[in-house]
Design a protein around this ligand. Structure first.
Ligand code: SF4
Length: 446
């Protein structure tokens, strides 16, 4: 299939500053330019509207622009003639910490390929620079692209491989995660700072439509290859303990994008947590999970797990089931996992796979209020759902425009209605659970 190409900007768009967000298009060769006089549109669910300046921010560092094959940019009725010949739609893939408020708007041409698993945020030209329809929801620097230097990373990888020559997790994190996928947590392991990943599970009991490590019945390739071995407890402990003891803002996290569901390996994790905690009390032991096995999670909490993040695309049961396609567990088990983790005093986050027009739809927001009052997570992480937008709305059976409040407005309302709820994008270490700052974490690490 055709991958959307990351675009090189070979020239500055020819533009005069205007009050209205202006359409950006790509030529088939990959040049990006604005089209003065044509307003920019964005998409929310199935609704296509002009971009609202109140929802725009200057394009953050680390954003990638994508050309969308077989897709023509959306324009107002009667303005099609003003589109340049062969114009192709453009979208923005946002760096971590930024949640898309509107997606790119386009018309799909016959024969267009399905889009790979990325988020396609709306991008435009406004007030003399690129803008995206997005909101910054976190200040956490852990995944900031400016924090990594390829040359330094390669040196640190070499050093760590020499230190742990037989540890298969180190080999996996080096070759695949850090150097090939550019996984920020894996890179931070080699920098020995903040959150490090410990993948352990090859299997999963869900079949998410947008799973980034398995796409068995789809025409698209998963962007990551799944872990193909099960590590020994000794391999986990060997690298987790020095990280927890030495890294600033130290976290070790089970459950990564390159693996299946870690609760499928609960016995291994339980043993590893106990062994780690026999050696050090420092830092945060965390689990990213689909929350499918509350009983297994209970055992991990009892063993010393500090923090849990449970992923859901929706808290409205029918939409959850259509996307996750759970096998051998149900929606209620996931809710129970939130309750179990809270009862054991863990810091509990919802990894909320966000999609404009669905997450802020009245159906979802009503369910979300009930969800918050029931399970009371400490934090919501507003993660962009990476998926072809048409695939998602069709999957959920969204036939027409849903009544929606607007994502930015919804997050603001939640801040007022549920002042105890934290909002963000990344897992906070324990130093930040009760009001610490990243500046303090940096100072402590010096
Ligand atoms: S729960 Fe995670 S690993 Fe399992 S199918 Fe969904 S995204 Fe993939």
């Amino acid at each position: 299939m055709t991958e959307p190409a990351a675009l090189e900007l070979e020239r500055e768009p020819d533009v005069t500053e205007g009050a209205e967000p202006t359409l950006l298009v790509a030529t088939p060769e990959g040049d990006v330019c604005d089209v003065p006089g044509l307003p920019a549109f964005g998409r929310s669910g199935r609704l296509v509207q002009k971009l609202d300046p109140d929802e725009l921010i200057p394009m953050p560092y680390g954003t990638q622009l994508y050309l969308l094959p077989g897709r023509r940019p959306a324009v107002a009725a009667g303005q099609e003639e003003q589109l340049p010949e062969g114009a192709v739609a453009v979208a923005a893939f946002l760096p971590p910490r930024y949640t898309a408020l509107r997606l790119a708007a386009y018309t799909v041409l016959p024969g267009a390929p399905q889009l790979p698993l990325y988020c396609y945020a709306a991008v435009c030209w406004y007030r003399g620079q690129f803008h995206v329809a997005a909101i910054e929801v976190d200040q956490d620097p852990k995944h900031d692209p400016q924090m990594f230097l390829p040359r330094v990373l390669r040196r640190y990888v070499k050093r760590m491989r020499k230190q742990y020559p037989r540890n298969r997790i180190v080999g996996h994190l080096a070759d695949r995660c850090a150097l090939r996928y550019g996984c920020a947590n894996a890179m931070n392991f080699f920098y020995r700072r903040w959150e490090m990943p410990i993948p352990v599970a090859a299997a999963c009991n869900a079949a998410c439509v947008g799973c980034i490590s398995a796409q068995p019945d789809s025409p698209i390739e998963p962007p990551q290859q799944r872990l193909d071995f099960t590590p020994e407890v000794s391999e986990i402990v060997e690298i987790a303990v020095p990280h927890l003891e030495q890294a600033p803002g130290a976290m070790v996290s089970f459950g990564q994008g390159c693996e299946g569901e870690p609760l499928m390996r609960a016995e291994l994790i339980e043993e590893a947590i106990r062994a780690i905690r026999r050696q050090t009390a420092r830092g945060t032991i965390h689990l990213n999970t689909n929350g499918s096995r509350p009983d297994a999670l209970r055992r991990l909490c009892a063993a010393g797990l500090d923090s849990v993040r449970i992923s859901m695309n929706s808290v409205y049961r029918p939409w959850y089931e259509l996307y996750y396609r759970p096998r051998g567990y149900c929606f209620e088990d996931v809710l129970e996992s939130f309750r179990v983790a809270r009862e054991h005093g863990c810091f509990v986050s919802l990894n909320y796979l966000t999609f404009p027009g669905v997450t802020d739809s009245v159906v979802e927001t009503d369910a979300f209020r009930r969800f918050l009052n029931d399970v009371r997570p400490n934090m919501v992480q507003w993660r962009n759902l990476n998926i072809d937008p048409d695939v998602y709305v069709e999957l959920l059976g969204v036939e027409q425009e849903l009544a929606a409040v607007g994502l930015k407005c919804w997050i603001e309302r939640l801040r007022e209605e549920f002042p105890w709820l934290r909002h963000g994008y990344l897992n906070p270490p324990r130093e930040l659970w009760s009001g610490g700052s990243w500046a303090e974490v940096f100072r402590a690490g010096q």
